[in-house]
Design a protein. Structure first.
Length: 289
């Protein structure tokens, strides 16, 4: 009863790949029955809101498109609000491209751009599009030297070129695999390193993604809880925006991480500590039945 609004991360909280995590769909549907506002807030820019909606319905989550707030959607909305009318050079996936298409923003860069020949050949053959006025970076499985060079060159050479990123997540957790899967952050950092400057980040933990929810749906921060599995994005977003925070232990961060931070003296890590934690979101179902 302390909360009117539940904002929750997706990967590592609601599902892992195409598997629902411990009754998470039942929890979301129960909260809706109780009259709570529900928002799915994700940094994953590889899917559009339309694609996420299809996944949610397939997995038994009773949500609507307007309740899905992805970093790709926020980035496209940001450009739309600025009345951006040039082209975007994007490092990213189809989800980001679809969100740009949805607001009528032209873009180039989607798909493979492999390295051919030597670096000197690249310098001699690359031509920049004079209509580009923004560089945006999301997750791109085709990241390459040509893409990094083009992104940095546009920002350096085009006057007032916007430099935006969907998120800076370091890695993706994949249950059942001991491999470390790189996240969008390494792609953003590559271009930032070349330029010596930071991109404007749309996703968690930056406040913009919550501000979109607050403006469109009039939620009260003090009666909103942010649920997540990653402290440096989900929980820190909650702290940055005056929300309550709930960590679930089905994804990135575990109790061993929290205890280490509690025992330490790093104020930045202390800020990432949640007010509440549960083994899984499904554990909440046992408390509200």
């Amino acid at each position: 009863d302390s909360f009117d609004t539940f904002m929750t991360d997706c990967d590592g909280v609601l599902w892992s790949a195409d598997t629902v995590l411990d009754r998470a769909n039942l929890v979301i549907n129960k909260l809706r029955e109780l009259g709570k506002k529900i928002f799915l807030v994700t940094n994953n820019s590889t899917k559009s809101r339309e694609q996420y909606l299809k996944k949610c319905l397939k997995l038994g989550f009773n949500v609507e498109k307007e309740e899905i707030v992805g970093s790709a959607f926020v980035l496209a909305s940001y450009l739309q609000q600025r009345k951006f009318n040039k082209k975007v050079y994007m490092i990213g996936s189809e989800g980001l491209a679809e969100e740009l298409d949805a607001v009528g923003i032209r873009h180039i860069g989607l798909g493979p751009d492999p390295m051919v020949g030597t670096s000197h050949d690249l310098i001699d053959t690359v031509e920049l599009d004079p209509e580009v006025g923004a560089v945006v970076i999301g997750f791109d499985g085709h990241i390459s030297l040509p893409k990094i060079m083009k992104a940095a060159s546009y920002v350096n050479l085009v006057p007032d070129c916007l430099f935006l990123a969907t998120n800076t997540d370091e890695m993706f957790p994949f249950k059942g695999s001991n491999l470390t899967y790189p996240g969008t952050g390494c792609m953003v950092r590559a271009v930032e390193c070349v330029l010596g400057r930071k991109a404007t980040v749309m996703g968690k933990p930056e406040p913009l993604i919550f501000e979109v929810v607050q403006q469109q749906h009039q939620v009260e921060p003090s009666r909103t809880v942010m649920v997540g599995d990653r402290c440096n994005t989900d929980i820190l977003l909650g702290k940055n925006c005056g929300l309550q925070t709930l960590l679930v232990l089905t994804g990135v961060h575990q109790m061993t991480d929290l205890q280490c931070w509690v025992d330490g003296t790093d104020a930045a890590l202390h800020k990432q500590l949640p007010q509440y934690y549960l083994p899984s979101l499904g554990s909440l179902l046992d408390l509200i039945q």
